[in-house]
Write a protein that binds this ligand. Structure first.
Ligand SMILES: [Zn+2]
Length: 333
């Protein structure tokens, strides 16, 4: 097996592009694994410009908690990784911490050992903080009772912000801060599902002007082309259906210890999706997270969609949470 760079963890800022990309936070450190190396020495085996990057071999200091290097991991999750865990997973591999010295800069790093080469690009991005609010909408049913609308309540907001940080912080150095999470009541009949026109006319005027973004939940939501979420960039508003379905994602996973590797995810997709046997399945948190992360991606600055399978902003049917450098660059423009 040839040497190559791979993710330290599914959500650790590593992007499976060609060549692979690591997002390094400016004035912080990113982590990446170099696998299939028997002996390894930074000085002799890595080629990179020392004025662009600082690279350290974390494996060599495995007695210390490696988590001090993983600055972009949400604080509550750092405790779940121990040096022991890392050591067990690192036979024949090295764990590197990488610090970028030049802001918004793409640096090359190459592992070279004889004829074996493994490239990595390191993208050093600034930290961006985003304030976000959530609104939980109720409205009249046919009997003019305030019983229609979302089945979620404001306690969901904290969980969603935790998810957004787990996803966007290591991958793109964007950190979300929850501004407010409140119910809203409309004394009018809106029907179900809520349409994009109703979102624009009734909901957007109710946004939290103290936050950069407001996300609405109002029960079922559908656009005219059958999407489960919508966003309005200039207003800084998005709406997400209570239970988005119909998106083909790798299986639900528990973060962090039970997450599948990229290889496992891809094998699953090959089996279940590429076989074109697309069976309907029930909605899950993962669908909700995906739709939310996608709409937030629009509000962070990504207009329209691309056609890359598994990209967070794709319009193909093969959906996943992957990002690439143009998307991250757009977020930090
Ligand atoms: Zn979209």
């Amino acid at each position: 097996m040839p040497a190559r760079f791979t993710a330290f963890h599914q959500y650790s800022g590593f992007h499976e592009t060609v060549p692979p990309l690591l997002v390094a936070p400016y004035r912080g450190k990113g982590l990446v694994k170099l696998i299939n190396v028997r002996s390894f020495n930074i000085q002799s085996d890595l080629r990179f410009n020392r004025s662009d990057l600082t690279v350290k071999d974390v494996t060599a200091e495995a007695d210390k908690s490696v988590l001090e290097y993983a600055q972009e991991f949400p604080a509550t999750l750092r405790d779940e990784y121990t040096a022991t865990h890392i050591r067990h997973g690192l036979h024949g591999s090295a764990l590197l911490s990488i610090e970028g010295k030049r802001l918004s800069y793409l640096a090359d790093l190459n592992y070279v050992n004889g004829r074996i080469q493994a490239p990595l690009q390191v993208y050093t991005v600034p930290w961006r903080q985003v304030t976000i609010s959530f609104r939980f909408v109720h409205y009249w049913n046919v009997d003019k009772e305030m019983k229609a609308g979302t089945t979620h309540d404001p306690s969901l907001a904290e969980k969603l912000v935790a998810f957004l940080n787990r996803y966007y912080l290591p991958a793109a150095n964007v950190e979300f801060e929850l501004k407010s999470a409140l119910p809203i009541n409309f004394s009018r009949f809106l029907g179900s599902p809520i349409s994009e026109a109703q979102f624009m006319e009734f909901f957007i005027p109710q946004k939290d002007s103290a936050a950069e973004m407001t996300v609405f939940f109002a029960g079922e939501f559908r656009t005219s082309d059958n999407r489960y979420g919508a966003s309005h960039f200039n207003a800084g508003c998005a709406i997400v259906s209570d239970h988005p379905i119909g998106e083909y994602l790798p299986p639900d996973t528990t973060w962090p210890s039970k997450s599948p590797t990229f290889e496992q995810s891809e094998a699953w997709i090959d089996q279940r999706v590429r076989a074109a046997n697309l069976k309907p399945r029930t909605s899950s948190d993962r669908e909700l997270h995906h739709t939310l992360a996608h709409e937030v991606g629009h509000l962070l600055g990504h207009a329209g969609h691309n056609r890359q399978d598994e990209h967070i902003m794709t319009e193909t049917s093969l959906r996943n949470f992957k990002m690439d450098r143009p998307f991250i660059g757009m977020i930090h423009r």
